[in-house]
Design a binder for this molecule. Structure first.
Ligand SMILES: *Cc1c(COP(=O)(O)O)cnc(C)c1O
Length: 393
């Protein structure tokens, strides 16, 4: 083990060397079921043939060229993203926090253009938007912020899924220019608003009434994860701005800030940029990802398999009061316990299963979108056994 890596992660003692579909193998040849997918990144599973082919062919042709020139793969991916989202324009970057940085800058510029010199953005409790200075300031988790003060100002925090709190801010603050919100909170514990579509629809109305931008952080919920291309497509509204990353490049780093209407024209020449953002390799990976999701019906599959997994756990734990809820939006699945359960990560790994625990007491599952029924049943069995052992210990 190298001593030359900074201590930023609590790593499990395993090194994976290859993967195929929902399966991973470690250096010793042991086989694991991957219900985490690199934290919602490997939607196509591992070593998907169409992705491997697209990346290999692109690497052999052209990996990188500056944004000083036209990039055909970037244009093709922007067109495809706008086709499936109904949005108008895309700015490409390399990660989720960068996509949110672009959204935040866009909102501030939108405000300045309207004569608001001190623009503010409404953000939520328990949210997660990234680890850069602006995005950790927007994040609703003190653990992410502590030690990095002074934070970036210009964020007003309200409880998640609380329309009244947003209305109160609207009534007393004329500097607000946007709301930044996750349709389903991922890191915060798979928090699904009580009336998920009603919540976004009401936020849309409030934004329209005040000339604010509705900015959705779909970094985790986007690219098929919740059973539609984007989580907002479970509603009848469109956002003004949407940030994407995780599943977009199937592991090749790429992020995107996608905008519509007036928001799509806020950035003008020289206002934002990125050296790597939207390079040919990353965009070829993004395009192959979207094509495979479409060709293989993976949005529908995410919905079907996600519900199957939830029903499986509900049946396993129907008499277990320690499991307080099982909830899902497609293949974003949360199993909430009545106690902290971080230990489950290690126990599951010993049972050859990759999972995550977030918000202290929520088991978070983000399986590849390609998971089939028998793999889903295997997941429920392995994890239910591990959770029962944990609860009885
Ligand atoms: C993971 C995540 C981010 C941050 O993405 P990075 O690529 O790690 O910067 C931002 N927002 C949400 C909702 C996320 O899940």
């Amino acid at each position: 083990m190298s001593e030359h890596l900074m201590n930023t992660y609590m790593r499990q003692s395993v090194t994976f060397t290859k993967g195929e579909g929902v399966w991973l193998w470690d250096a010793a040849g042991e086989k694991y079921l991957d219900a985490l997918a690199g934290v919602a990144v490997n939607g196509l599973g591992h070593a998907h043939p169409k992705l491997v082919k697209a990346i290999s062919e692109q690497a052999a042709k052209l990996i990188h060229v500056s944004n000083y020139y036209h990039i055909a793969e970037q244009e093709a991916l922007a067109d495809k993203l706008c086709e499936v989202s109904g949005m108008d324009k895309v700015f490409f970057c390399n990660s989720g926090c960068e996509a949110n940085e672009a959204s935040i800058k866009l909102a501030r510029l939108y405000g300045h253009n309207k004569g608001i010199s001190n623009p503010e953005i409404i953000v939520m409790d328990k949210s997660f938007h990234g680890r850069t200075m602006a995005t950790l300031s927007a994040t609703g988790n003190r653990k992410v912020q502590a030690g990095f003060e002074p934070l970036v100002s210009g964020f007003i925090r309200v409880p998640y899924d609380d329309i009244e709190a947003v209305k109160q801010v609207a009534s007393r603050n004329s500097n607000v220019v946007a709301i930044l919100v996750e349709p389903v909170q991922g890191e915060g514990g798979i928090n699904i608003p009580k009336d998920a579509s009603g919540y976004l629809e009401t936020l849309r109305q409030i934004c329209d009434a005040h000339g604010w931008l509705l900015m959705l952080d779909e970094v985790q919920t986007g690219i098929g994860r919740t059973g539609t291309w984007f989580a907002f497509q479970h509603t009848n509204i469109q956002p003004d701005v949407m940030s994407l990353a995780k599943g977009l490049g199937s592991g090749v780093p790429i992020g995107a800030c996608v905008a519509r209407g007036a928001a799509a024209n806020v950035f003008t020449y020289g206002k934002h940029g990125s050296t790597f953002g939207g390079n040919p390799l990353a965009c070829a990976a993004g395009l192959a990802t979207l094509q495979a999701i479409e060709q293989e019906g993976l949005c529908k599959n995410a919905e079907k398999i996600g519900d199957l997994i939830r029903l499986g756990f509900e049946a396993e734990f129907k008499n277990t009061t320690a499991v307080t809820t099982v909830r899902n939006a497609g293949l974003m699945i949360g199993i909430e316990l009545d106690r902290p359960c971080g230990e489950l990560v290690k126990m599951a790994l010993a049972a050859k299963l990759l999972i995550n625990v977030t918000a202290d007491n929520v088991v978070r599952l983000l399986p590849p979108l390609v998971m089939n029924e028998s793999e889903a049943k295997e997941l429920v069995q392995r994890l239910a056994t591990v959770i029962k052992t944990f609860l009885n210990s």
